[in-house]
Each structure stands twice: as C-alpha cells, then as structure tokens.
Design a protein around this ligand. Structure first.
Ligand code: AMP
Ligand code: ZN
Length: 667
C-alpha cells in the first residue's frame, strides 16, 4: 500500500469508527485500537502532508483562530417558526393548512424542537465546505472551523446518492450532562457559572479559538435537507437520507395524519422530555409532503406549513415574602428570595436564587412584589420578572445590605466583581463554620463524624473557631456537650486523629484558599513539596507553575501574608499534620511525570482506588485533558467527549485491563 492509499484507508476507517461511536453509540473497536490508528494516521499525514484528506479525523482538534467571522448570505433565508401554546391553535393551524393545500392530501411530521442553536451546513461533492449560523435569518457567520470540531457534524457524507450541492440544517445542542460538568469545573476554578445549555452553545460556537470549541461537548442533530432539484417527496424520506449520510437524529420523529395523533405525541413528550439527554422546548409540526410546502407558502417571518408547539415554560407567579442574605465560606454574600410556597414543575418552591446586587437592580425588586419564578436547567428556580400591576405603590425597593448580617462588618465589593463580601474572615460565624466544614469534608481531610451540625455546635459552644482548634479538642470537652455520648466523642476524636495521616495535597485543599480546588492543590503540593516552600513563593514564581494563573497566584500569596493564617499553619504542624509531600516509602515512582485523566467506571476497583494507585506510583491525576496529558484511563461508559478529545490530542487511551497490566509489569 502506498502512503497515499494508507492515509485514505485510515481516514475512512477512523471516520467510520467515529460514526459508530458518536452517532450509533455502537463502537466496534477499543479506544486503544482507535488511538493507535489515529496516531498512525497522524504520523503519515505529518510525513506526507500533500495526501492529507479534507475529512481527516485529525481535523477535529481545531486549531484555527478566527478573528472575525466572515458574513455569509444564506442561499435560502433561515426563517423562524410560528409558535403555539394550545391545542386550539394547533387545530386552527390544521384548518388553515387544509385550506391552503387546496384539497390535496397531506400528512404531518412531528419532531423535537431542540432548544439549541441552529446551524446550516453546506456540502459540495459530499464534503463539508461551510457552516453558517442563522444570524438575522438573511445572513449569518461562517463558523466552519468551529463546526468541524463537533463529532456529529459529518466532514464527508457517508454512503451515496447525494447531489453535488446540498444544505443540511439542524441544531447544535449541549448535552445536559456536559453542561453540568462544565459548570462544576467552572465552580471549582472560581469562574462565574453559565446560565443554560442553549446560551452556552451559542457562546461556544462563536469562540475565536477552535481548539477551545473542541473541548466542549456538543451534538448536532440534522433535521432539514435542501437540494437544488427535488430528490425526495417527503420529509420522512429526507430524514432517512440524512441518517444514511451519517447525521445523528433524535429518533423521535413521527409522521401522522390526524390531529388526535398530534395531540398524543405532544402529551407523550411533555412527560418524556425530562428524560432526554438534551433540552427541548416544544414540538415542531411540519407538513410532510415537500411539494405542498411552496404551495402553502411562507409569511415574511415563518413558513405557513409548520408550527411550533411550545411546552409551557415551567413558571409560576407568587409573592416575594422577603429577601435574606447568606454568607458563605468565602464571605460571599448571596441574596435569596423567600417566596410564598408555590407549585412549580411538580415541586413546591419556597425560595429562589437572586445572584447578586446587580440582579436585584435589573429586576427592580420591591418589598412584597409579585414575582414570576421559572425553573430552567438549574435546580434552584430563579426570579425572572416582576408583575408590576400588582405592586403596592408604597413599596420600597429592596436594597442590598451594607453590613454583614452575621457579624455586622461593612461589606466590600471589589472593582469589577458583581459580588459583595464580608471581609471579616477570622471571626464571621458562617465563614468560620464554612471553613471548618470544608476542611473536614470528604475530599479534604475526610474527618468522620464531623458534619455540618457538629461543626455548628462546636463553634457555637466556642470550643473551636478555626481548623487548628480541632486538634486541641479533648474527650472531656466533647462529652460535656449536649447530645454528645461517650461513643460519639471517641469516634470524633479518632476521626480527627486519623486525619493527621492525610497527604499534604489534601491538607492544602482543606485550607480553603480561594480558587485552590482539589486539582490546583495537588499541583501546588507536587510542585513545591512543602508548605514552607509554597509560603515562600512569590506571585511570579507561582505563575510559572503550569496551569496556575494570576488569580490563583494572587490568592495564595494573600493567604500567606495574613499572620493569623501563618499562625494556624504553625499549629497544624505542631499537631502533626502532613505539611510536606511524603517520600514514597512503598511502591516505585514508575509513573512519575506521567499524567492521567480518568473517565468512566471500572470493574475491579473504584475510581478513587484507581486514582490512588496512580498517585502512589508517582503519577498525576488531572481533571481535564490537555496536550500535556499522557494517558486517558477509560473505564466503562467513559465520556465520549473525553475520548474524542483524547483521540484528537493524540493522547493514549488505556482500558482498565491495559492499565492493570501496565502497572503489574512495573515494580
Ligand atoms: P424560533 O427561534 O422560536 O423562531 O424557532 C425557530 C427555531 O427553532 C429554528 O431557527 C431552529 O433553530 C429551532 N428548531 C429546533 N428544532 C427544530 C426542528 N425540528 N425543526 C425546525 N426548527 C427547529
Ligand atoms: Zn460577616
């Protein structure tokens, strides 16, 4: 086989595997094999760039930076859809269709109305040549480089029978799980949380760095086909064609004739939509016969042959009883709305989040207002508006506090930060309690028997006011407390004692330095090796550590500048906590310098055990993949986005078996 033939063969084969994985969810080779083949292809393409194909799977990693997206005028305007909210409106729609169809027979095709971002893909000779956003409907942005990173956007159509030129429209959505993971990660990193999957998708598609886009998991569902000359008679056939060319579909489309069938479908999905991996905000009902569509026609804004049935936004109207202010572990003050209990999406809601002072201002909240609450993708509902007609004219606007509700200290708000903070970190009760709770939590010191209630009790009884105090607690002190039996006192002391064995990285995470999450703590522990070395590091030093940015560095330096903190560390040291990276007494350093990302579940060990094995052997665990990651340890149900990213970045994917094999051969 010539290199050219080899490149061609690998490209086809890998694209096929990609399709089996992402579209069909039926992979037929192991990740490891895939990875090997991808590497082989990469090497060949590197040696013979002239033979690299436009649909090479190595294209999906992104890399292109777009300063400004080119404007592209749509071949056919991307219209909007008329909305309806009731069955009566659907009945009216059907009557109008009947009239406009002029007596010709017709059927309907029912589809999910994906709550995402629409995208128009252009193919020439089966190759993806362009991807354009909807824009204003007449012209949109050419975001081809970004669209290519989405694994379910075919770079080349599969099968045969496609005309030279065609356009496929569909929706890009972010799976709910991917959205939740993204926010979790952002929370750990101290970044503001994203509002919902749709806006996140829209924002992601417009990012300038296509590599960053490739890191976000998104799915494209194709639902509309345009060709210059008709090649099918119904939309149903189009769906089949699209599927045969490699497009992913919801699988929920149904054709029907009668209104009753439409209504049944609407009810069916009203329930089932909550179990979908993505959000839908309704159902689209379209005339199935393509020939009839131009006869029925469009208005300037929307087709007359289609209508969207929108599910009721899950919202409710209720009274704002009061706003309370909660102080968190970091001193951040969050306003919370207390509401008259109201039924919303099947649960009784009594509270809603209001993010910060700006949000109070934006909503223009007044005391006793009647407010509209909505349940979006988030768990806690939020206030979306005020019913002004119901406002008492005497009502006063809600003001943000000027002083901490718990300790009375004047709040501060830093330039450019939307949040207020109580600066009294040392003695503001919720901050004191929050820090100890965090210190004792499972991922930090994991102190058995020291949950929120006990911490509150210990602080309220003035037995402890910081985490160092925990190590001075005595049996006598504990048994003298209310509801504290001898056994629970002993258990707590044993738990505190055992925590002294926790590795340095856990202690460091437990200190609760802002932006120093689990992963950052591990990196810092590994890099500096001891609290003394870390405490001596300057801002510039810290910023040299891979993945440590300016904001983290600033907080670390700030932490060590506070003399109270240095005193606490001194006491922790005296109590015998590990403030140094322990030398590996057992095992080897066989994995030293190797970084791993773990995904999925394992059959022989828990994830935590796998992590520990790697770390004992000197390897490093990372939460997300980057070019520098060495291995993706993929168990069962490993995240497809991770696998794809690993493949794209050329990271070796190893299975549980391969991993165990690897380390057993090591010692
Ligand atoms: P609207 O944004 O309310 O005007 O609704 C029109 C939008 O619905 C289109 O631009 C598409 O992005 C979106 N949409 C979602 N699912 C479908 C579907 N199955 N068929 C057509 N449009 C859809
Ligand atoms: Zn306070």
């Amino acid at each position: 086989m010539t290199p050219q033939e080899h490149i061609q063969q690998l490209t086809e084969e890998l694209n096929q595997h990609n399709y089996r994985y992402y579209v069909l969810a039926q992979p037929s080779i192991s990740d490891f094999e895939f990875d090997q083949k991808l590497k082989e292809l990469e090497a060949l393409e590197h040696a013979h760039p002239e033979f690299k194909l436009p649909d090479s799977p190595t294209e999906r990693v992104g890399g292109a930076i777009t300063k400004e997206f080119a404007n592209f005028t749509h071949v056919r305007p991307m219209l909007s859809l008329n909305n309806s909210y009731s069955r009566d409106e659907i009945t009216e729609f059907d009557q109008q269709v009947m009239k406009l169809a002029g007596g010709k027979p017709y059927t309907y095709i029912l589809e999910h109305k994906f709550d995402g971002v629409s995208l128009s893909l252009h193919y020439e000779q089966g190759q993806l040549v362009r991807a354009v956003t909807r824009g204003d409907g007449v012209a949109g942005d050419d975001i081809t480089a970004n669209a290519k990173t989405i694994p379910t956007v075919p770079l080349k159509l599969m099968g045969t029978g496609y005309p030279d030129q065609l356009e496929v429209r569909g929706e890009v959505v972010m799976p709910l799980v991917a959205f939740a993971e993204l926010n979790q990660q952002r929370e750990q990193e101290g970044l503001p949380l994203l509002a919902n999957p749709r806006n996140t998708t829209a924002g992601t598609l417009k990012m300038q760095d296509s590599k960053a886009v490739a890191q976000r998991e998104m799915t494209f569902y194709g639902y509309q086909l345009f060709t210059d000359d008709p090649i099918t008679q119904t939309d149903e056939e189009n769906f089949q064609l699209l599927a045969s060319w490699g497009f992913k579909q919801s699988g929920a489309d149904r054709t029907c004739q009668k209104l009753e069938d439409i209504f049944e479908y609407l009810s069916e999905w009203e329930e089932k939509r909550h179990d979908l991996p993505y959000e839908i905000d309704g159902i689209v009902i379209k005339v199935n016969e393509l020939e009839l569509r131009p006869e029925i026609g469009n208005t300037s804004k929307a087709p007359r042959w289609a209508i969207a049935y929108k599910y009721k936004a899950e919202d409710a109207v209720t009274k704002l009883e009061s706003v309370s202010f909660q102080v968190g572990r970091t001193g951040k003050v969050t306003p919370v709305a207390n509401l008259s209990p109201v039924l919303l999406a099947g649960t009784t809601v009594k509270r809603a989040s209001i993010h910060n002072a700006d949000e109070i201002g934006r909503l223009g909240l007044h005391e006793g207002d009647t407010v509209r609450v909505e349940k979006g993708g988030e768990i806690i509902p939020k206030i979306t508006g005020v019913v002004l007609d119901s406002r008492n004219p005497e009502a006063k606007p809600i003001k943000f506090l000027t002083h901490c509700p718990d300790c009375g200290t004047e709040l501060v708000r830093e330039e450019g930060d939307a949040n207020h903070y109580c600066p009294n970190t040392t003695s503001c009760p919720p901050q004191v309690k929050g820090r100890i709770i965090h210190f004792a939590s499972r991922k930090a010191m994991d102190i058995d028997g020291l949950g929120t209630e006990i911490v509150n009790q210990l602080v309220d009884e003035r037995l402890v006011s910081n985490y160092a105090d925990l190590y001075d607690l005595t049996f006598e002190q504990l048994v003298s407390l209310e509801r504290f039996a001898e056994l629970s006192a002993q258990n707590l002391l044993a738990g505190i004692e055992a925590s002294k064995e926790k590795p340095f990285a856990k202690v460091l995470f437990g200190l609760g330095i802002r932006f120093v999450g689990e992963t950052v703590a591990k990196k810092l522990a590994r890099h500096y090796g001891s609290i003394t070395a870390l405490g001596a590091a300057s801002q510039e030093d810290l910023e040299q550590v891979p993945d440590i940015g300016g904001r983290i560095a600033e907080r670390v330096v700030e932490f060590f500048e506070i003399s109270d903190n240095r005193e606490l560390l001194e006491r922790l040291q005296q109590s015998g906590l590990r403030l140094e990276q322990e030398e590996k007494s057992t095992g080897s350093n066989a994995l030293s310098g190797k970084s791993f990302v773990i995904s999925g579940v394992f059959s022989s060990h828990s994830r935590e055990e796998m992590k520990q094995m790697i770390e004992t052997l000197g390897g490093e665990i990372k939460s997300s993949l980057s070019k520098k990651t060495h291995f993706l340890l993929a168990g069962e149900n490993a995240g497809p986005s991770k696998l794809n990213k690993a493949q794209n970045l050329g990271i070796t994917v190893i299975s549980e078996e391969e991993f165990l094999h690897l380390i057993n051969g090591m010692d």
